[in-house]
Design a binder for this molecule. Structure first.
Ligand code: SF4
Length: 204
């Protein structure tokens, strides 16, 4: 009986996510709808435990309609796999913007504001306990800070619905900073993902 109840709640949540996605597919809320190939709504698996928020779709994401494809996506998968996570089982992935900014420029404030209702809805529907803020754009959008990612990565912040949020490096940044020496961004990412795994395992 309890299992059925859990499944029926999850079905309601999936239905709610699908309704938001449907709205996104036809969204003209900012100018990015004019240049997008596909919206990139989400990846991974909808769940209540962990969500990763990235910045905005890049070229390959726009082409495929999926978040984190290409080299950055492959590196993200490696980072996750290093502590036994996979996007098929452990996390839901979405972005601050659902459409690609031309030439991969930073999102404009008006684009972030226009798209925020979709991100807020994804968070409110799933109520994840852990939210990973992948890169500067996502960290700034969710924390309302302008501090550099190197200063805030690896720290826990209080998030919506009593969640814990941690800014982490974007895999694109790690591709540009290849050193694995102690204290390097890659080394720090390794510390952060182990801390995330530890907290994940302590949660129900
Ligand atoms: S980026 Fe967001 S607000 Fe802008 S058109 Fe796409 S879905 Fe709509």
């Amino acid at each position: 009986m309890k299992d059925n109840l859990v499944i029926s709640v999850l079905e309601n949540e999936l239905e709610a996510l699908n309704q938001i996605k449907e709205k996104c597919l036809h969204c003209t809320g900012c100018n990015l709808h004019k240049t997008r190939t596909n919206i990139v709504f989400s990846g991974g698996v909808p769940n209540h435990k962990m969500m990763l928020i990235g910045e905005a779709p890049g070229f390959y994401e726009d082409q495929k309609g999926e978040p984190f494809v290409g080299k950055a996506g492959q590196l993200l998968d490696k980072i996750l796999a290093s502590v036994g996570f996979s996007r098929k089982e452990h996390l839901y992935i979405c972005n601050t913007l659902k459409c690609r900014p031309p030439e991969n420029r930073d999102p404009l404030p008006e684009e972030e504001n226009a798209c925020r209702e979709y991100l807020n809805a994804q968070i409110d529907i799933l109520k994840p306990k852990i939210i990973l803020l992948c890169g500067r754009i996502a960290a700034h959008a969710m924390l309302g800070t302008t501090q550099g990612i190197t200063r805030i990565r690896g720290k826990w912040f209080e998030g919506p619905n009593f969640s814990k949020m941690m800014p982490i490096y974007h895999p694109s940044y790690l591709l540009r900073n290849d050193s694995r020496e102690k204290g390097s961004p890659k080394w720090q990412m390794w510390q952060d993902i182990q801390e995330i795994r530890k907290v994940y395992d302590q949660m129900d």
